[in-house]
Design a protein around this ligand. Sequence first.
Ligand SMILES: C[S@@+](CC[C@H](N)C(=O)[O-])C[C@H]1O[C@@H](n2cnc3c(N)ncnc32)[C@H](O)[C@@H]1O
Length: 225
Amino acid sequence: MSTENPSRPSEEEVRAGAAGYGRAVLASYDLFVLGLVCRMVWRCPRGRMLELYDRNVGARHLDLGPGSGFFLDRCSYPVADPRLTLLDLNEDVLAKTGRRLARFSPVLLSRDVLEPLELGEARFDSAGLNFLLHCLPGGLAHKSSVFDHAAEYVRAGGRIFGSTVLALGVEHGRLAPRALESLNEDRTMSNAEDSLEELDAEMARRFADYRITVRGSVALFEATV
Ligand SMILES: C[S@@+](CC[C@H](N)C(=O)[O-])C[C@H]1O[C@@H](n2cnc3c(N)ncnc32)[C@H](O)[C@@H]1O
């Protein structure tokens, strides 16, 4: 945490959460992180997240922290020609995932999700933030501002959804505690204090209609704006 203001992470801490997703990591991400680590370490197969996308993704979709774009590539859209906007702090993510999803001609935007998104008049039917919160520094009370930043651009009745690995309030498998410790140490993740109770409270403060489903170490959430 920054020594100047303990509730607000430093720019360096924010950048560290996105810095790990260079070209080499992205090349193995689908297989290693989403295939192996999700199932074996977090005990939540990636199929559960794909179901979340299938259930919630809209015709105009905003994706925050799209990573390799696996779910956006594989999910079922409600229309043949969905309009996608991808927003990330890491230029490698935008370049590589933009190419992967070129058939949708996605709009690519370099932004820090912890700051207001400044998307002008753009409006979306859905916003996805999958496996994003656990990368963001600052504690859930601070990083839940991402819900507000996204909701500003989602139409009334639209959906906000995603998932995050929690440290507290979930039942971890045998491999998770060690993985959490080392991934927090190298700042790939910043979720050592993230709890189910706090995630629930942050969602309850913002959404009248929301649901959190826990699978292994992962909370899958979905809400109506
Ligand atoms: C763990 S990956 C998740 C990828 C994808 N959503 C998935 O579920 O497979 C986290 C993504 O969030 C991005 N990211 C991390 N911190 C960010 C920030 N402050 N602002 C914008 N993007 C950020 C990373 O660059 C990366 O693309």
